[in-house]
Ligand binder design. Structure first.
Ligand code: IVH
Length: 673
């Protein structure tokens, strides 16, 4: 009888292990659980109890044995079967192209196919399996000798304790010997945030990033700590020959063996494919569950990869195509103030030039005195400067530990450094303005704005040329641009006959301008692109807009009292009236919006989010307006449609919240047809 119970228990234990392992794989590797966490825990609980009753049936690959063993005094050193190498870094497609040239030359062949995958920002780990059972997990160490972290590795649920085939193929060679798998242990951004929240609650030091925390967790001597850290493992290399001929096949095999692999990984036949992949991933980066710091691009053909060999500690056949860091440290050499076209005074840090995301940055905005106070920045400080996308670089933090005592605080001047008139505090408090409408600095900025893309959009006329024209005394104001002659331009630096004639033509072509862009060009305080468009729609002609009363202005959707006042005052100012007269005289014709609009989308409010494929967002907005609709920047209950492109932002979520109709680009274009 007893024997019978025992064999029953053994069977049940084996069955439970199989089922638990299956659900572990569904949950931790495939991210698609079939049963609830509670049910899964309940199965584990039963297994644990049975194993307690019958300890003779405990095996090292049992799901209950993930956390086992006592805390260690120190880790054992292990020698890697083959060294764990690192990769050469490149930071742009141009630098990748140089790498490509080099390897093509070495191989003596032009066309080499690549395999691209994410470069996980975690800790590199080597796993050894004997007869299919996990026997060792080790860190990279110095590449030759690492640390035995098996106890901690075993706690990671996405790592199979036993290799099993999940694909169609069977790999007989596997069954006998040693299999080595390498990959990266990472922590999800979510788990990282959660842990930091706990730290904060406990009043303890916050962890800097998920990578450090993942690495720190793997190097804990007590496996219970690692077990509590919600780590994952992505496999990216199979060192054992199971018949793979391509690096891509390695990924397939690893997946078949039950590992979590990079789902975005793919073949890239050419440099252009690599560039596309790089762009796509850069876009997706923020929405990924894990931190990545770039791509790994490898020569896909394993034979060629081997042939390329190793130089120093890095293989020649693969390269890390990293995302250019968006932050760097440098020194604040001075703090100056810049006067904007509306007179707003912005303190700006003059920096020792530093490269950030591929461009050299020598200035960064400090926004206002409040921000300077918050940062505590002094002249001479070492600071962290950031630059996200096309945004103006800004100072994010002061590295106070590097102070020498020679740093000097900055004081906001009381007089405009350009025109000498006194600076005034705006109504909001933080903002300081130069009130002199004739301040040369304001004037210069207003001219930059006048020719910019959203205003007169004069091709080939940027700040540098405007500066030259002003400095040479060739123009006094915007209207003078229209009477420039080719002969005036040729002697300017960087100009020749051809470019002079091109610019002349571009200026001529810009004379006819739609009302909205004309309003924009005037640079009225508080009037941005959307407001300019709304005004153009409502008033249709410059004359009507000029005459508009305060009440009529406030009645325009999205225009409040402050904006209305600013517009009203602008058209009653002698200075602006003179400029408008002069522009008219110079042959500038404002094209009225009248009659141009369709009515198909009349009264409908659209918001766009994410990247559109066939048209740009600006074009889509223009299309909406040309059909009588409104393009808005923010989602509210009044929004009629949210058009969602690739990698949409918060607006997509807001649309769902407000129950606004959501459509994709195709549906939108169909509607607008
Ligand atoms: S392949 C020769 N693939 O990046 C090295 N490495 O500098 C082969 N890493 O320490 C590595 N994601 O920890 C490879 N998909 C990936 C990776 C990856 C992250 C790390 C790895 C290594 C470092 C290379």
């Amino acid at each position: 009888m007893k024997q019978h119970i025992k064999s029953q228990a053994k069977k049940r234990i084996e069955k439970l292990r199989e089922v638990i392992n299956h659900h572990r794989y569904r949950y931790h590797v495939l991210d698609s659980p079939e049963i609830s966490d509670a049910a899964h825990d309940s199965l584990k609980h039963e297994l644990k109890q049975l194993e307690q009753q019958f300890p003779e049936f405990i095996t090292p690959d049992s799901p209950t044995q993930r956390v086992s063993g006592k805390a260690l005094d120190k880790f054992k050193k292990v020698t890697h079967v083959s060294p764990m190498l690192s990769l050469e870094d490149v930071f742009s497609i141009d630098e990748f192209a140089e790498w490509e040239k080099r390897i093509a030359k070495l191989l003596g062949q032009k066309r080499v196919l690549y395999f691209g995958e994410l470069k996980f920002d975690g800790i590199a780990i080597s796993l050894l399996y004997e007869q299919g059972t996990l026997v060792r997990g080790a860190t990279r160490g110095d590449g030759k000798i690492g640390e035995d972290v098996t106890q901690n590795i075993r706690t990671i649920e996405s790592i199979p304790l036993k290799l099993e085939f999940h694909g169609n193929k069977k790999y007989d060679k596997l069954l006998g010997g040693t299999v080595e798998v390498r990959g990266e242990v990472v922590m999800t951004k979510k788990a990282f945030k959660k842990l930091n929240k706990v730290q904060k609650k406990k009043g303890e030091k916050l962890y800097a990033n998920a990578r450090n925390l993942a690495a720190g967790s793997i190097r804990q001597l007590d496996p219970a700590i690692a077990a509590s850290r919600e780590l994952s493992f992505f496999a990216y290399a199979l060192l054992t020959d199971l018949g793979q001929r391509l690096h891509g096949e390695e990924h397939d095999l690893l997946k078949d063996l039950g590992f979590k692999t990079d789902e975005l990984a793919r073949m890239a036949a050419t440099k252009d494919d690599v560039a596309d992949f790089y762009r796509e991933v850069a876009h997706k980066r923020k929405s990924l569950a894990f931190d990545i710091d770039g791509l790994v691009i490898s020569v896909n053909d394993s034979e060629l990869y081997k042939k390329l060999g190793v130089v120093g500690k890095a293989p020649r056949g693969a390269v890390a195509l990293k995302f250019a860091p968006e932050e760097a440290t440098t020194i604040v050499e001075n703090i100056i103030v810049q006067i904007g076209r509306t007179g707003a005074v912005t303190p700006v840090a003059v920096l020792r030039p530093v490269r950030i995301s591929g461009v050299t940055v020598s200035r960064a905005t400090l926004h206002n005195m409040d921000e300077i106070g918050r940062l505590g920045v002094n002249i001479g400080d070492t600071v962290i400067v950031g630059r996200a996308g096309d945004v103006i670089p800004d100072v994010r933090e002061v590295v106070k530990e590097l102070r020498t005592g020679k740093e000097k605080p900055f004081h906001m001047p009381t007089l405009c450094p350009v025109c000498g008139q006194s600076l005034k505090k705006g109504s909001g408090g933080v903002l300081i303005r130069c009130m002199n409408k004739e301040c040369p600095a304001r004037h210069r900025e207003a001219l930059y704005h006048f020719v910019s893309k959203k205003a007169f959009d004069i091709d080939g006329l940027g700040p540098k040329t405007i500066n030259a024209l002003l400095d040479e005394g060739l123009i006094q104001d915007a209207a003078d641009l229209f009477s420039l002659k080719e002969g005036d331009l040729v002697p300017l630096e960087r100009f020749g006959e051809k470019s002079a004639s091109n610019l002349r033509e571009a200026i001529d072509a810009s004379r006819r301008i739609p009302l909205a862009r004309f309003i924009m060009a005037l640079g009225i305080l508080h009037v941005g692109e959307e407001t300019a468009i709304d005004l153009a729609h409502r008033f249709r002609t410059t004359e009507a807009l000029k005459k508009a009363s305060l009440d009529e202005l406030t009645a325009v959707p999205n225009i409040g009292e402050i904006v209305a006042k600013s517009i009203h005052a602008f058209f009653r100012d002698e200075h602006s009236a003179a400029l408008m007269r002069k522009l008219k005289h110079a042959g500038v014709t404002v094209v009225s919006e009248k009659g141009k609009t369709g009515t198909k989308l009349k009264g409908k409010i659209f918001v766009f989010t994410g990247e559109l494929k066939t048209i740009t967002r600006d074009e889509a907005k223009a299309l909406v307006r040309s059909l009588g609709g409104t393009a808005s920047e923010s989602v509210s209950a009044r929004t009629d449609y949210v058009v969602v492109g690739d990698s949409p932002g918060l607006k997509h979520e807001q649309a769902k919240k407000f129950g606004v109709s959501i459509m994709d680009e195709k549906e939108f274009l169909k509607m607008a047809k």
